[in-house]
Design a protein around this ligand. Sequence first.
Ligand code: BGP
Length: 487
Amino acid sequence: MYKPTYPKTFPKDFLWGGATAANQVEGAWNEAGKGLTTAEVVKKTTDRKHMSMDDVTISSIQTALDDQTDTMYPKRRGVDFYHHYKEDIKLFAEMGFKVYRFSIAWSRLFPKGDELEPNSDGLAFYDRVVIDELRRYHIQPLVTLSHYEMPIGLTLKQNGWASRATIADFNRFTEVVFRHFKGRVPYYLTFNEINTGTWGFHATGAVDTENSAHDQMQLRYQALHHQFIASALATKQLHAIDPDAKIGSMLARMQTYPATPNPADVQAAQVEDDKNLFFTDVQARGEYPEFMNRFFAENDIQLQMAPDDQKILAKYPVDFISFSYYMTTVTQADAPEQVNGNMATGGRNPYLEESDWGWQIDPVGLRVTLNEMWDRYRKPLFVVENGLGALDQLTTDQQVHDTYRIDYLRKHIAQMKAAVQDGVQLMGYTMWGPIDLISFSTSEMSKRYGFIYVDQDDAGKGSLKRYKKDSFYWYQKVIKSNGEDLA
Ligand code: BGP
């Protein structure tokens, strides 16, 4: 007799934790031999709705390189994790973190990107983080190898990922990391939100602002192809060097819904959703999906592929699939009203509320997307970013009553649990920005995600002191109860 059972809750070894990126937390941009990255030459934006990384030109990079301060470039200062990592990791441990997702800044190891040997001072910093501190608290590292922070030297030398030569530069870096941390880092991700490469410089490291719209698209898909190959080759390296470690893809997932039951809207939404999942299709299934052939033909995009490229993609797919989840959008066959998102825009959904930054909050959508992605790929999934950017207030007695953040996270975790009950294989959840950090899209400090408040303002002023918010104690309880106590 068939007696179905299903999981009632999160698996025992569920990986609870938080996620950051080097360029948003570390600071110490000019210490211990570190080179500048693409993130540290983008000016802070003066208009929250306008991403200043869209304006990068060769001459704006030159201006940035000539400027030896962090005034206009807050990602150079981050929140000084470089000097506060002991204190910060201790706080993560106090919350009960099982995993900490962070990126290893490529330019700390290879300052210009094309050196043949790594900078040992750069490696030493990550030794202190991984080997000394995380180990001390039994927190497993989940390392992102590229989180919007390519050495700027590679942009200047060969226009970043537009050049095939960057594959070898990246894989020299990944090989050093895999060898050095063999047996110490169980999980890796190659490219953060790889799909945002279609949006330009911050992800491709290629300056294309003066190109026509068509040429930009051509260049960006070519750059992405090089990233796909570099990612597959990194997978090959890791499996050979450290066979117990696992490597995943990372997508900025944006589920989209049809605006109405009109079949034209449903069909348009399917096309839009496929365009988002295309990247994971390549990395998890090991081939370009058929629908992209039509897209490339209709948009006159001609990819240069080396003879073995398709074999490489097929042979080295990722072990697991990760994604960031902040919002959903709506697609209508005729142009809809647009709302803000993390760099993308989409249609407004009248059933959803928005964050202060206009991102549409949709906890149920997380369950929907987890189920869809599990159906599509049948590989373990990992939610590696989710959280609420908000304006927090530090009270005179140094507290932050962030009930809105608790409410946001509670609803998303509840939907994640429902997805686990649906049968989705989910490895873990690393909430974005457990400690306040510099915003990726606007370089603001006042857009805060953390459980831990950092005393620093948009101009970089403040004591850098850390304070526990109400959500700190709440997340501690969530982890302790393995996601059961969300009250
Ligand atoms: C993702 C990025 C992160 C991050 C987060 C929140 O797109 O991977 O680096 O910062 O979004 O975005 P923001 O900082 O712009 O609010």
